[in-house]
Structure formats: structure tokens, C-alpha cells
Ligand binder design. Structure first.
Ligand code: BV8
Length: 236
């Protein structure tokens, strides 16, 4: 990892690979298919407008499934690092499961939304939601039947981008964990960090589409490579 003494501000980006060993399917290992639909064809506002029941069934199934899963050693190691790191640390996850929260990461944001939230497209309120949305339950705030998954679909603006870029401007070490580097703008963060002079590290099962952007890559299952890296950082 080279000279780590001057690392103070860390930004970590996680993707589906950090949840894979918890039993949550990644997008592209399963060929990105769900009932013969590509995720890019279901996770869009157009798909929701065209066939809302198909999209709601897709998200109801995944919302239910994540509630049967548990954090793995990678989530736990990231939470330990969050608790023990004296500098700035921001965990930006692309994942819409709640495993980082359940591992007790605190300095965390979901740039692509959360399965366990419902968003009312009529009154723009968000509600913690564990049940299905297929039967179009009424919004707790306005009573309309306009609840949708609180998920950033393709073509929609990811959440809290201003906070992410503010953190990237100060970053000393950018770490990408368990993501294929297939989707933007998240896939561009490593280049942004590198251009700003930060060190960049990839922890992934295998080389990603963006591996060449990283000063260092460590390949292996997240449950092994992430705890090893987190302990190294905490050992200073
Ligand atoms: C936007 C929520 C603009 C949905 C998601 C052409 C060129 C470039 C870009 C585009 C283009 N056409 C369109 C775009 C933009 C588009 C995009 O990038 N498309 C891609 C497909 C080309 N992006 C968008 O639309 C974004 N919005 O650009 O808005 C805009 C501007 C102004 C105003 C308004 C709008 C929005 C993107 C967000 C989409 N939503 N998720 C849901 O979850 O249902 S994306 C979804 O896929 C995930 O959230 C994640 O972000 C993304 C990538 O998935 P990964 O997490 O990386 O998972 P993947 O399966 O791909 O990889 C897993 C990795 O883990 C692998 O590398 C594997 O090796 C590794 N792994 C597996 N097991 C393990 C492991 N690693 C360690 N241990 C293991 N055990």
C-alpha cells in the first residue's frame, strides 16, 4: 500500500460484490438477468411507466430477500474501520440493501437509494418500508397511491452527489470494493480521485472494468481482502 502515514481522508465506494457472500445476487454474475429481463431494462422510469407491476414485483422480491440476509465479515470490517478511523471517512454505497447499517457503519450514504424506503412521487415524502408495494398501499403522508421504490433507476440522478464530490475533493485514499465499474457516475470516482492526487485501491474478486485507474488492486473475496485491509489501516 506504500506510504500510508499521510492518509487522513478516506472515501470508500462499495458495490454488489460486498454483499455477494451474504447471499445477495450481484447484477452481472447472474448475467444481470431477472426472469429473463436485464436489470437495465427493469430498473428504469420507462419500465415503471410501461409495466408498473413487473417493476414492483422485481423490487418486492428483492426487498423481501434482503430481510433474510446478514452482514458478512466485509461489512463488519468496514464498520470497525468507520468506528476506529480518526480522520474523515465516507462510505458511499451503490447497494440498496441495509447490510452496512446492520453492521453499524455510521458515516454512510446510499447513492442509488434503499430497498427499505418507499418514496411518494405525489408528495415527495420517504417512508421506511418493509412490505410489498405491488398492491399500491396508500402513502402514509398524503394517502395517494403513488408510492414507488426509493431506488435511483437508470437515467435518474444519483442521490447526494454534492456530498460525494465534496469528499472526493479532500480525499487522500479512494477505495473501490466489490463493484464492476460498469455504471456511471460511480465508475468515474476513481479517476476523479486520482486526478486530485489521491491514492486509489481496488478490492474486488477479479479485475473490474476500471482496474487500470487504481494504483493498487487486491483480488479475492471481500470477506477476506476487506478485513485484511481494514486491520492494516487501523494498525496505522
Ligand atoms: C445518470 C439501483 C444522469 C437499481 C442502480 C452510456 C455510457 C456511459 C453511461 C451511460 C450510458 N448510457 C447511460 C448511461 C448512464 C447510466 C449508466 O452508467 N449505464 C451503464 C449501464 C452504461 N447511469 C445512470 O443512468 C445513472 N444516472 O447517469 O443520471 C442524469 C443527469 C442529469 C439529470 C438526471 C440524470 C444512474 C445509475 C444508477 C442505476 N441504479 N442500482 C437496483 O439496484 O435495482 S445501478 C446498479 O448497477 C448498482 O446499484 C450498481 O451501481 C451498478 C453496478 O453494479 P455493481 O454494484 O458494480 O455490481 P456488479 O454485479 O456489476 O459487479 C459486482 C462486482 O463484484 C464484480 O466486479 C464482481 O467481480 C465483484 N464480486 C462478486 N463477488 C464478489 C465480488 N467482489 C468481492 N467479493 C465477492 N465475493
Amino acid at each position: 500500500m506504500g506510504d500510508m502515514s499521510n492518509i487522513r481522508n478516506i472515501v470508500i465506494l462499495t458495490g454488489a460484490g460486498v454483499s455477494a457472500e451474504s447471499g445477495i445476487d450481484t447484477f452481472r454474475s447472474a448475467g444481470g438477468l431477472w426472469e429473463n429481463h436485464r436489470v437495465e431494462d427493469v430498473a428504469t422510469p420507462e419500465a415503471f411507466a410501461r409495466d408498473p407491476n413487473l417493476v414492483l414485483r422485481f423490487y418486492d422480491a428483492r426487498r423481501e430477500a434482503i430481510q433474510t440476509k446478514a452482514p458478512n465479515p466485509a461489512h463488519d470490517a468496514l464498520a470497525r474501520l468507520d468506528a476506529g478511523w480518526n480522520g474523515n471517512l465516507l462510505l458511499v454505497t451503490q447497494n440498496v440493501d441495509d447490510l452496512h447499517e446492520r453492521a453499524e457503519s455510521r458515516r454512510l450514504l446510499h447513492m442509488h437509494g434503499e430497498h427499505l424506503n418507499a418514496w411518494c412521487s405525489f408528495c415527495d415524502t420517504r417512508h421506511r418500508w418493509r412490505a410489498p408495494l405491488l398492491d399500491r398501499p396508500p402513502c402514509p403522508a398524503c394517502g395517494s397511491r403513488a408510492l414507488r421504490p426509493d431506488i435511483v433507476w437508470f437515467g435518474e440522478m444519483p442521490y447526494r452527489m454534492d456530498e460525494i464530490y465534496a469528499a472526493l475533493r479532500e480525499v487522500d485514499l479512494f477505495v473501490s470494493i466489490g463493484t464492476s465499474g460498469a455504471v456511471y457516475p460511480s465508475a468515474g470516482f476513481a479517476q476523479t480521485a486520482r486526478e486530485l492526487g489521491a491514492r486509489t485501491l481496488e478490492l474486488n474478486l477479479e479485475p473490474s472494468q476500471g482496474s487500470r485507474m487504481f494504483h493498487e488492486c487486491r483480488h479475492g473475496p471481500a470477506s477476506e481482502v476487506v478485513p485484511a485491509w481494514a486491520e492494516e489501516m487501523l494498525a496505522g
